[in-house]
Design a protein around this ligand. Structure first.
Ligand SMILES: C[S@@+](CC[C@H](N)C(=O)[O-])C[C@H]1O[C@@H](n2cnc3c(N)ncnc32)[C@H](O)[C@@H]1O
Length: 348
């Protein structure tokens, strides 16, 4: 009864999501035990029924599906378990190909369309299909509400919590809080100064004269627009993408006092700026930013932060609170979203 309820529920999901439904039959005797346990866990790949009464249970489902115009697949249990995916298949039939054709509309569905077409060619082709399936048919994606054209937030997820890039930037600045002493400069507002600095003097820089927090209006791209040799620390977060990197780095560097430190963070992956899109020019990979520092003759330690989940969150406008610090904390060099650099101007 429970099995029927689970299967019915899964079937409903499949119908709602308009996908081909595969029913996993047979397998080894052991499947009988794991079937009912595994079925709910395997919603994403497909529906799996094993064990006693499987024929009876699948018969009514197959009949219902055929009536609804869905092709039915029989899959081999061994391949299924080995690859954790819908690996080999034989489509038994379909009552309404046009309907299936309509349902298989997105590029992601092309694989299914191909499988379906191949099996329709006959027995020999079906064998090829099995081979083809083993190589190409992969576990379908369970998109949920991520299949969308609009982000969840237009403001980096700030209505939902803290934007994900801030996990890395906040951590970077906090780790180097000991650098933030004496005369400290920050762009736009004294956010990190207030949080972490033991500053004797603070200068807030902006090009935007409408910014009431700024105490020095300057164009960072103009070398010499910042006073020379005065700052003990400069915090330049999420700003380099609006600038000409070489003059801006030269300007910042000449503004540091001997022994001064530049803490800089820039986006590697980010949507086009929501507030000032007209001047949002650049993104920096860790290597790209390192190269800018080398070109400018500034010795810097450059590191990228992020992973694939952080990448998705940043594009979707999801916040740290939508996932967890633990999930975001694991850095994957393939998917940085933020790059941070620390450069110390030697005293000599
Ligand atoms: C997105 S905000 C980032 C500010 C802050 N540091 C943070 O982490 O949120 C970028 C700031 O850089 C300023 N900005 C853009 N181009 C500039 C330039 N050429 N010189 C000085 N400031 C500039 C903008 O006006 C804006 O206040």
């Amino acid at each position: 009864m429970l099995c029927r309820a689970v299967c019915g529920f899964l079937l409903l999901l499949k119908i709602l999501y308009g996908r081909v439904l595969f029913v996993l039959l047979g397998g080894t005797p052991g499947d009988g035990l794991i079937g009912p346990i595994a079925a709910p866990a395997l919603i994403a790949p497909d529906l799996m029924i094993t064990g006693r009464g499987v024929w009876l249970l699948s018969a009514w489902m197959c009949a219902l599906l055929l009536a609804l115009g869905y092709p039915i697949g029989i899959l081999s249990g061994r391949t299924f378990f080995r690859h954790g995916s819908v690996a080999s298949g034989l489509v038994l039939g379909d009552s309404c190909p046009q309907r299936v054709g309509r349902r298989l509309s997105s590029p992601a569905d092309e694989g299914w369309q191909m499988l379906y077409e191949q099996v329709r060619l006959g027995k020999k082709a079906a064998r090829r299909t099995v081979e083809w399936g083993q190589r190409h048919v992969v576990r379908p994606v369970w998109w949920g509400n991520l299949r969308r054209r609009e982000p969840f937030s237009d403001w980096y997820g700030s209505e939902r919590g803290r934007p994900v890039d801030r996990l890395y930037i906040d951590g970077f600045i906090e780790r180097h809080r000991a650098d933030l002493i004496g005369h400290v400069m920050e762009i736009k507002n004294p956010h990190y100064v207030d949080l972490y600095a033991r500053a004797e003097k603070v200068t807030v820089v902006d090009i935007d004269r409408a910014n009431p927090n700024a105490t020095l209006y300057a164009d960072l791209d103009e070398v010499g627009s910042l006073p020379a040799g005065v700052f003990d620390a400069a915090i330049v977060t999420n700003t380099l993408q609006y600038l000409e990197p070489q003059p801006a780095l030269a300007n910042l560097w000449q503004s540091l006092a001997p022994g001064g430190v530049l803490l800089l963070a820039a986006p590697t992956l980010a949507r086009v700026d929501a507030e000032i899109p007209d001047i949002d020019y650049l993104r920096f990979t860790p290597r790209g930013l390192r190269r800018e520092f080398v070109k400018a003759g500034i010795p810097a330690v450059v590191e990228g932060y992020g992973n694939i989940l952080a990448s998705l969150c940043t594009l979707y406008g999801l916040s740290i609170q939508d996932v967890s610090v633990k999930e975001l904390d694991r850095v994957d060099p393939r998917f940085p979203i933020t790059v941070c650099a620390r450069a110390v101007k030697t005293a000599s």
